[in-house]
Design a protein around this ligand. Structure first.
Ligand SMILES: *Cc1c(COP(=O)(O)O)cnc(C)c1O
Length: 395
């Protein structure tokens, strides 16, 4: 047997929706994107939704709309997919990492709150949160002011948002919630992505729902939404012609085929999130009792988990690299998940990070393994993976 790492969950309805678009001449800047955005406003209760062609693009637009620029400080997590930090680097902002909660892998709320207070106060208290090196920002002091908090809902589980939004309100900070892994999840009964000034979702084929490539921002801020609409369309403000550009913008537009696919997937979102929960349940059941393997944990505040990936933690003695090779040979691909952002080569070079700077993140990074996972996996496939894990970890 060969098990895929992930698979999209597509039906005849999705194929039909894409075909309908291809049979019209309007492949971009058409009605599907507008409908897709409307569906997201209805689903999340947000006033505005701005569809884009990746989650990374969505994050970048939020950074621009929040006015975060060179040298500005943003509190975020080193245990994430790199895009959450890269969006800050695109504008030469400085990510201020704090370590994570060992249970969930989400940003540690006490540390984030402490960092926010210290950085807002400035001076000596602030210094201990800064990276060893801070690159010179052109024409500005290299270290600016604290502007925002950017938590990430890791693996489909919402970050502990209440203390973060309370502190942000108190200190006048923007909250950008990276919910690219958590569409459909609930935190204390409320939908992931709806807690900050901005929430971002992503639709790469391994996510809970897909548009091929794609992403979307929700916000209640009308000015920010209009600005993001202009930026995604090469900086064209309302009234600009095709070749006039009020702002420095990008091509971050979502095409009509992708939007149609997304609309069809939206209609099945609850069903797909439930199917993923069933598969996760099978894993948790089959993995119980295998020595050296810890199943993922769900916090009490997560009233609905929206499983993005299923990441187990291995005991250190299990030698992850060797185990991965033996599993691969049996048709079971696995991936280390995540490799900490602060230890990526470009981050070490730019900010001087070293191993040991964020010990919980590094521990999770060393022991975390994503196993094959999707809503279309069968129980037989899950059992095959678990049997392979049981046998290969006991050798
Ligand atoms: C998937 C993901 C993104 C966005 O990824 P794209 O490939 O650009 O759509 C951003 N942040 C996190 C945490 C993600 O998992």
């Amino acid at each position: 047997m060969k098990i895929p790492m992930s698979s999209p969950d597509l039906t005849a309805a999705e194929r039909q929706a894409v075909m309908e678009v291809i049979n019209t001449p309007i492949l971009s800047l058409g009605p599907r994107v507008v409908e897709f955005e409307k569906a997201f406003c209805e689903y999340t209760g947000a006033k505005y939704a701005v569809a884009v062609n990746s989650g990374t693009a969505g994050l970048h637009l939020c950074v621009r709309a929040a006015g975060i620029g060179a040298g500005d400080l943003v509190i975020t997590t080193p245990f994430s997919f790199v895009a959450s930090t890269n969006a800050l680097l695109f504008e030469n902002a400085i990510p201020i990492f704090v370590d994570v909660d060992p249970l969930t892998g989400n940003i540690n709320p006490e540390q984030a709150v402490q960092a926010a207070r210290d950085l807002a106060a400035g001076g000596k208290a602030a210094r201990k949160w800064l990276p060893r090196k801070t690159p010179k920002a052109s024409g500005k002091a290299s270290v600016g002011k604290l502007k925002a908090i950017l938590p990430v809902d890791v693996f489909g589980q919402p970050a502990e948002m209440d203390p973060l939004t309370d502190t942000a309100r108190e200190l006048g900070l923007t909250v950008i919630e990276d919910s690219c892994e958590a569409i459909g999840a609930l935190y204390k009964g409320r939908k992931a992505g709806t807690f900050g000034d901005f929430g971002i979702f992503a639709f790469y084929p391994n996510k809970q729902m897909t548009t091929g490539e794609g992403g979307l921002v929700i916000t209640d801020n009308e000015r920010a939404a209009n600005f993001m609409r202009a930026l995604r369309n090469q900086g064209r403000a309302p009234g600009d012609t095709w070749l006039s550009h009020t702002y420095l913008g990008y091509n971050y537009r979502l095409d009509e085929m992708s939007a149609a696919l997304g609309l069809a997937q939206m209609k099945r979102l609850d069903e797909m999130v439930s199917k993923r929960a069933t598969v996760a349940g099978w894993y948790t059941e089959c993995l119980a009792g295998i020595p050296g393997i810890e199943a993922p944990k769900v916090a009490a505040s997560t009233t609905r988990m929206s499983w993005f990936v299923y990441v187990i933690r291995l005991a250190k003695e299990l030698e992850r690299g060797d185990l991965a090779k033996r599993l691969e040979a049996r048709g079971v691909p696995v991936r280390p998940y995540f490799l900490p952002i602060h230890l990526q080569p470009y981050m070490q070079e730019r900010f001087g990070y070293e191993a040991g700077d964020f010990p919980i993140t590094e521990d999770l990074g060393e022991r975390g393994v994503a196993v094959p996972f999707s809503g279309v996996m069968t129980r037989e496939q899950v059992e095959y993976v678990c049997d392979a894990l049981r046998q290969e970890t006991s050798r």
